[in-house]
Design a protein around this ligand. Structure first.
Ligand code: ADP
Ligand code: MG
Length: 286
């Protein structure tokens, strides 16, 4: 079941789009239809992915469409922006139905296209995937890495001891490495296009006064909440929102993925997006 907000102009309500894009019937079509890189397409093929699962058939066209349409356009937040902002997607599909690839492929495509278009020189975090446990974070990272071989996109699991790179830090100052420093010396700087983590770890890093990373999330355009019903439940909600509210791009696209429709996830998603938007427009007015 999918719902998408976009194009309606009325805030506060996720509505079905007038028209769903045509389902993706084969991974081969991702190249012709959405222009994903030959390398990414080859990796999918090599991993034995040929027929998308049902949730992938539905979600991939929505998210891949959006990545072309909205790429890299930072325009000030206004009623008009709000109306044209990138789609937020809530997807509910059973465990084992292939949700990971459904959000991962569009993220990878978006990073690749953005880098190609902007000739993005430095490696800063463009996308964040939050999941409730370290085990899940590891699984998502593995799944992502399987299909990034040779694409130049780095998918990194955030670990204790890593340091977030402030976005404006020059290349020369930052030591690029994606492994934590076991000797306990200078913390290593996270090298990641797509950062995968639990909300608790990222939230505590963002609030670490010894390693201020004020604008570390300045380039983030995609936020994925995997197991969103859990991430928005009372146990994780504060940390999840703590991360979300540090993302400042009005062009942020949020997708929420869940195996169950329980605990009024749709209302939660809508109200959370609304709160974030209000906070952002208040900040922009200051
Ligand atoms: P979910 O997150 O919905 O519970 P996963 O993303 O973990 O499901 O996927 C479950 C398994 O299905 C994984 O091992 C994954 O590699 C496999 N898988 C995903 N998409 C496909 C596909 N299109 N064809 C074959 N296997 C797939
Ligand atoms: Mg999953």
């Amino acid at each position: 079941k999918q719902r998408r907000k976009g194009g309606s102009g009325r805030s506060g309500k996720m509505e079905r789009p007038a028209l769903h894009p045509h389902p993706l019937m084969s991974f081969k079509d991702t190249r012709g239809r959405f222009g994903i890189s030959s390398r990414l397409a080859a990796n999918l093929n090599e991993q034995g992915y040929s027929v998308p699962t049902e949730v992938q058939m539905g979600a991939l066209p929505i998210l891949l469409d959006a990545s072309e349409q909205y790429l890299g356009h930072d325009i000030p937040l206004s009623a008009e922006t709000d109306r044209r902002s990138s789609p937020n997607l809530l997807t509910v599909a059973p465990t084992g139905s292939g949700k990971t690839l459904a959000f991962m492929i569009p993220l990878l495509h978006r990073v690749q296209s953005r880098r190609h278009r902007d000739q993005h020189p430095t490696r800063t975090v463009c996308a964040i995937v939050l999941a409730p446990t370290k085990e899940l974070v590891g699984q998502i990272t593995n799944e992502g890495r399987k299909v990034t071989k040779g694409t130049g996109v780095s998918v990194t699991q955030l670990r204790k001891g890593m340091r977030l790179r402030p976005t404006r830090l020059s290349e020369s100052k930052a030591k690029d490495t994606s492994s934590p420093n076991p000797t306990g010396g200078e913390p290593t700087v996270v090298k990641a296009d797509v950062l995968i983590c639990t909300p608790g770890l990222l939230h505590s890093m963002l609030n670490d006064e010894h390693n201020p990373a004020q604008d570390a999330l300045a380039d983030v355009r995609d936020l994925v909440l995997d197991e969103a019903d859990v991430l928005l439940d009372p146990l994780f909600r504060e940390q999840t929102l703590g991360v979300w509210h540090r993302i400042v791009s009005p062009r942020l696209s949020v997708s929420l993925w869940s195996a169950t429709m329980g605990s009024n996830i749709e209302e939660l998603a809508i109200s959370t997006i609304k709160d974030w938007r209000e906070k952002l427009s208040m900040q922009n007015r200051e």
